[in-house]
Design a protein around this ligand. Structure first.
Ligand code: PHE
Length: 357
């Protein structure tokens, strides 16, 4: 038995691959293996001999099996190490510069606007792009017969005949977010709501989908003076020009009273537009004090609360800031245009880091 042990342990130790191990297993402990045959001989022994030889043979069989398993694991380990060596990779190597994708100017400007208003304590509110006509019109003091409904060139969602659900529209402005936000959060509040809006209109300066940012600030004593300060602060930061002046012109919106259209100071010289200087004016947004009926519709008591709202076209101020001549190009998905006007994806705009490095 000692001879058998010595022989197989040596052979197992010397095996260099799994196939050889399997041959050894068959040879030693397989059905007709050397050790198995010895076990059959137990029957011919006297009971005394058997009592000694039986357990010893079983122990030998276990020892050989254990040696086979250990060697098999060692061979697998060695094979894995060999493979890892050939597949070695230096993860500290620098990457090749990849300049495939860019951030769309609208996304960039939306981030810039958010960063500036965040600094002034405004958070971002959102609402659905498909909304009921109650949020888009009625709650904003635009009743069914109001001309503003027709003027907005609204896209209505198709309804099967007999469908009694409230009519849904593609929102024509971001103002419905005012209602949704106040309904949920009440007053006081200070939010902006950037997003897509839709009107059935298409020419050089209009696309059926465009972008607005709504502003809303409600508290006990907020006035038009606060609105003017906030907007001038915003435009100076956005255009990165100190002290941009605004001009308020009386206007009319059903959801604000009083209402004003706001222009920013600019000059035209040799066809060159310059923001923040000269005696020209450029219209950039609509605004006013939130109408009491609007507060009421949103569940806010107009005897207690008041504030301002404004709505500004994001596409328009993007064109002004980055010298983009044609609105429609924003939405053509032309790769050459995107590479030219797009922004590096890791330059997140912040006020302290410079908005548009
Ligand atoms: N919703 C208006 C528009 O789309 C803009 C606006 C918003 C005006 C808020 C006043 C107050 O033209």
């Amino acid at each position: 038995m000692d001879d058998l042990r010595g022989k197989y342990l040596e052979l197992i130790a010397g095996a260099s691959e799994e196939g050889a191990l399997e041959d050894l297993r068959v040879q030693a402990v397989g059905k007709k293996g050397e050790i198995s045959l010895k076990m059959r001989e137990l029957g011919k022994m006297s009971p005394e001999e058997r009592q000694v030889a039986g357990p010893a043979l079983n122990a030998l069989k276990d020892e050989i099996n254990a040696a086979l398993a250990a060697k098999k694991a060692a061979l697998a380990d060695a094979a894995l190490n060999e493979r890892l060596k050939t597949e070695w990779l230096d993860v500290t190597l620098p990457t090749r510069p990849m300049r495939q994708g860019t951030i769309h100017p609208i996304s960039q400007v939306t981030e810039e606007i958010t960063a500036i208003f965040a600094e002034m304590g405004f958070t971002v509110a959102e609402g659905p792009q498909i909304d009921t006509d109650w949020y888009n019109f009625d709650a904003l003091n635009i009743p069914g017969h109001h001309p503003a409904r027709a003027e907005m060139d609204t896209f209505y969602m198709h309804r099967a005949e007999g469908d009694e659900r409230a009519p849904h529209v593609l929102r024509t402005h971001t103002s419905p977010v005012q209602i949704r936000h106040m309904e949920k959060n009440g007053a006081p509040c200070r939010v902006i709501a950037p997003g897509r809006v839709y009107r059935a209109d298409y020419d050089q300066t209009h696309t059926p989908m465009f972008h607005q940012v709504e502003g809303l600030a409600i508290d006990r004593d907020i006035s038009m003076a606060n609105l003017k300060w906030v907007l001038e602060e915003f435009f100076s930061a956005f255009f990165e020009i100190d002290g941009i002046k605004t001009r308020f012109r009386a206007s009319h919106f059903p959801f604000t009273e009083p209402s004003a259209e706001v222009d920013i100071q600019c000059s035209w010289e040799d066809g060159q537009l310059k923001i923040g200087e000269g005696d020209g004016w450029l219209e950039v947004l609509g605004s006013g004090m939130v109408h009491p009926k609007v507060l009421q519709a949103a569940g806010v008591n107009p005897d207690e609360w008041q504030g301002f709202a404004f709505g500004m076209g994001i596409d328009r101020i993007s064109m002004l800031k980055y010298g983009i001549p044609d609105l429609r190009a924003f939405f053509d998905s032309d790769l050459r245009w995107l590479r030219h006007y797009g922004f590096a994806s890791l330059d997140v705009p912040t006020l302290h880091g410079g908005l548009s490095r």
